[in-house]
Design a protein around this ligand. Structure first.
Ligand code: 13P
Length: 258
């Protein structure tokens, strides 16, 4: 199966949660619970900027990798409040979430800036987790595929075939994020397969088959197994459930069983 060609990745997206002592405690709780996944799937904690150094230190020597939740596209300069890709790699961060719907919705993120951030991250050696997904009314208007195709094309503009091997795509239907309204296994599979088809158009089938595509949006310990068993869903980007060590580890175990 093509699924065997790709790395399954379960990533927590902590969003704006946890002080440093809280982050340390959560990671200490997660580490032993996900140790069995070592060498089988990738486990990542994407944490607020203030927790990154703590997270890198606490996870050292474990199979938990660290990601940031955003990155700026310029290397340095007069961009008050922003963080560059080099600042992240220097700490030991490996992944970065880019274009999350909350950034698109609340912070003016566009496909153009997602594309710039993605290229800057790749150039610095970070692995971007690029988020795409349709709004509820876009799904109701039956334009989910148009929306997703446009996001994939624009967000990955000028990203080379060699580079895209280091990109993770997260399909996060906006109506499913933080709402408890999870996409059905079939809905999620349908769009993840569509994303892979778009990648195949841009990069060829072999490369498309090697790209990890995650589902995100109200994934939890109870509903994860069905989603993660789908042929084109290679993992999850987990919000709320990633803040509970036990729940997060159940999702990791389900991904190992895939
Ligand atoms: P929830 O799992 O809380 O719905 O959040 C999903 C998400 O936005 C992950 O990036």
């Amino acid at each position: 199966m093509n699924k065997a060609k790709r790395k399954a990745i379960i990533a927590g997206n902590w969003k704006m949660n946890k002080t440093r002592p809280e982050a340390k405690a959560l990671l200490e709780a997660i580490k032993p619970l996900v140790a069995d996944a070592n060498g089988k799937i990738e486990v990542i904690a994407c944490v607020p900027f203030t927790n990154l150094e703590t997270a890198v230190n606490v996870t050292a020597g474990s199979n938990v990798k660290v990601g940031a939740e955003n990155v700026h596209f310029e290397k340095s300069g007069a961009f008050t409040g922003e963080i560059s890709a080099d600042m992240l790699t220097e700490i030991g961060v490996e992944y970065v979430v880019i274009g999350h719907s909350e950034r698109r919705q609340y912070f003016g993120e566009t496909d153009e800036t997602v594309n710039k951030r993605t290229k800057a991250a790749l150039a610095a050696g970070l692995k971007p987790i690029v988020c795409v997904g349709e709004l509820l009314w876009e799904r109701e208007c039956n334009i989910t595929e148009e929306v997703i195709a446009r996001q994939i094309k624009l967000d990955l503009f000028d990203v080379t075939a060699e580079q895209v091997k280091n990109v993770v795509i997260a399909y996060e239907p906006v109506w499913a994020i933080g709402t408890g309204k999870v996409a059905t296994d079939e809905q999620a599979q349908e769009v993840c397969a569509f994303i892979r088809a778009q990648l195949a158009k841009l990069y060829g089938q072999d490369i498309a088959d090697a790209v990890t595509i995650q589902y995100g949006g109200s994934m939890n310990a109870k509903n994860c197994a069905g989603l993660l068993a789908q042929p084109d869903i290679d993992g999850g980007l987990i919000g709320g459930a990633s803040l509970k060590a036990e729940d997060f580890s159940i999702i990791v175990k389900a991904a190992v069983e895939g």
